[in-house]
Ligand binder design. Structure first.
Ligand code: ATP
Length: 542
């Protein structure tokens, strides 16, 4: 509680205090001042007195009681609209950004609703439905979700291409998990802002509609108080406006100001601590990998007539090769030749409609897939090291949390921590790293952590896409040597995607060359490798 308060800015605290006071006034006030807001038992337009704290209105009702009950109704409408509308914006935004199939339909619906004149629609719906409180709440909620839904969708569309999200998809697989743990935290500021704006809009709309005479006639609200006061000329013939118009208008103003202050940016958006969602459920899972029938297979990776095309654009032309168990194979080629596409496809990251041919990794078919390959099995078969260590980790989760969520072999937190510490020790990183966020580590440390993360589920094959591409030359060499030594120590099969031809020639048992998506063979391949070596020697001598 204390740390939560400490994160608030001064203006947020003022806003919070103001809002709490209004809520207390609306909820607890009627318990103290028990006069009915509907009873017509006093003289009309009385000034404030000991009995009637804010006087009476033009039909003799107690204005103070009306103010408390009216605030309660207005806050209730605001809260309900904010909850429903924000829920719709966030859930539909996440779904439409994440799912290609649902995305177009939801976005189309939102576009359609955005072009409808909402005020006119509210007036029509409210007139038809009789302006009941829930009719108003539903109408406002259903009309106010599309704007923020589109903002959230746009964020998700860009976020889902980031490598840490791809990695989360690989090791967790479950859509809800990736949405909740890896995307929701990023769109949370939008969700929070949407909630505040929806609340403000609902309060203002309720007041406007009641003022126009479309509110719920059987209840009292701030808008209805204003409408009552403005509709009678007596209000302005004496001082009655001071207690019949100013108080409800001030409460509306205070609510909107309080919400605006609360909505200010929080000091920090970081989520602290290590989270292990669904820990108990996962503890019931199998604790070891299924038997690997693939152990007898001679090749760790077998690719047959693989072709990758995005629409009419062919990225990889039919290619076949095998990577033998325990060997290091490098995939080299110029920029844009299709190396990353090849690596991602080997890991099952390319949409099935873009792929033809077959890929078998550790004896399990990646393409064509029968959809039965479990996450557990996939991690046991192969681990993928993405190009950029910085974007491979979720920036708002500690490394520990990210290690633990990938770990499928261990069930308890203690076991997970022990395994993570052991994996980190292999890459010369200490236990303290688990409590750090990615920005608190250097690029070299992050690359090491990424190798540890890849090793932690004891895969048979490592697919590394330019694992040192983002590092300076000295650190690059260190990390590269570390990776190769771990591959040899654990007798892994490594498929290395690299630009670094000399390094590839130095460590590889086999080299595959790609040029414009075509695999080179024989003389063409030798010429490419020879030219590459010469270019490197010239560069070194310069
Ligand atoms: N999702 C996609 N849709 C359409 N084209 C794509 C997609 N992904 C990659 N490409 C295209 O495929 C080609 C090969 O890209 P890829 O990233 O595989 O090359 P690369 O050899 O890894 O390059 P680099 O070494 O520079 O990373 C490029 O022309 C790229 O524009």
């Amino acid at each position: 509680m204390k740390s939560w308060l400490a994160k608030l800015t001064a203006s947020q605290r003022v806003g919070m205090l103001l809002f709490v006071l209004i809520v207390v006034f609306a909820l607890a006030g009627p318990l103290i001042h028990t006069a009915s807001p509907f009873a017509i038992d006093a003289e009309r337009l009385l000034p404030p007195s000991e009995q009637y704290w804010l006087g009476t209105n033009a039909i003799g009702q107690d204005l103070f009681s009306q103010l408390m009950h009216g605030s309660r109704t207005t806050l209730y409408i605001g809260l309900m609209v904010a909850l429903i509308s924000t829920f719709l914006s966030a859930s539909l935004g996440l779904l439409s950004g994440y799912s290609n199939r649902l995305g177009l339909a939801i976005n189309g619906l939102a576009n359609m609703m955005l072009v409808l004149p909402s005020l006119l629609l509210i007036l029509i719906v409210a007139s038809f439905t009789g302006g009941g409180t829930w009719q108003l709440i539903l109408t406002l909620s259903l009309l106010t979700w599309p704007g923020y839904m589109k903002l959230i969708r746009a964020s998700v569309l860009s976020l889902k291409e980031r490598e840490f999200v791809k990695a989360a998809q690989l090791y967790q697989g479950k859509t809800w998990y990736v949405l909740y743990h890896h995307l929701l935290p990023f769109i949370w500021p939008l969700v929070r802002t949407k909630f505040i704006i929806a609340f403000q809009t609902a309060v203002a709309m309720e007041a406007s509609l009641s003022f126009l005479g479309i509110g719920n006639p059987s209840t009292v609200s701030l808008g209805k108080m204003l409408q009552d006061a403005f509709s009678r000329t007596q209000t302005f013939l004496n001082d009655a406006w001071q207690w019949s118009i100013v108080p409800p208008a001030l409460v509306i103003l205070f609510v909107t100001v309080a919400l605006a202050l609360i909505g200010e940016k929080a000091v920090t958006a970081n989520r602290g601590g290590i989270e292990l969602p669904g820990k108990e459920r996962r503890a019931k899972r199998k604790t070891s990998l299924p038997q690997q029938p693939a152990g007898d297979q001679p090749s760790a990776v077998a690719v047959r007539d693989l072709q990758v095309a995005y629409g009419v654009k062919t990225i990889i032309y039919p290619i076949s090769f095998e990577v033998k168990r325990g060997q290091i194979t490098s995939l080299v080629g110029e920029s844009g030749s299709g190396k990353t596409t090849m690596a991602r496809t080997l890991y099952g990251l390319t949409p099935v409609e873009s792929v033809s041919g077959s890929i078998v990794v550790n004896g399990h078919a990646v393409y064509p897939s029968d959809g039965r390959l479990s996450t557990l099995q996939r991690w046991g078969d192969a681990a993928y090291i993405f190009q950029d260590p910085r974007s491979s980790f979720n920036p708002i989760m500690t490394l520990g949390a990210q290690f633990y969520e990938t770990m499928q072999l261990q069930t308890s937190l203690r076991e997970k921590k022990a395994a993570a510490v052991a994996a980190l020790a292999e890459v010369q990183l200490g236990e303290h790293v688990l409590a750090l966020y990615p920005h608190q580590l250097s690029g070299g440390m992050l690359s090491r952590a990424l190798i540890a993360l890849a090793l932690v589920n004891k895969p048979k094959v490592l697919i590394a896409d330019e694992p040192t591409g983002a590092l300076d030359p000295i650190v690059k060499r260190e990390v590269f040597d570390l990776l190769v030594s771990k591959v040899k120590e654990h007798r892994l099969t490594l498929l290395l995607i690299t630009h670094d031809l000399p390094a590839a020639l130095h460590i590889s048992d086999e080299i595959i060359v790609l040029q414009d998506g075509v695999q080179l063979h024989g003389e063409q391949k030798q010429r490419y490798l020879h030219n590459g070596k010469q270019l490197f020697q010239q560069a070194v001598s310069v």
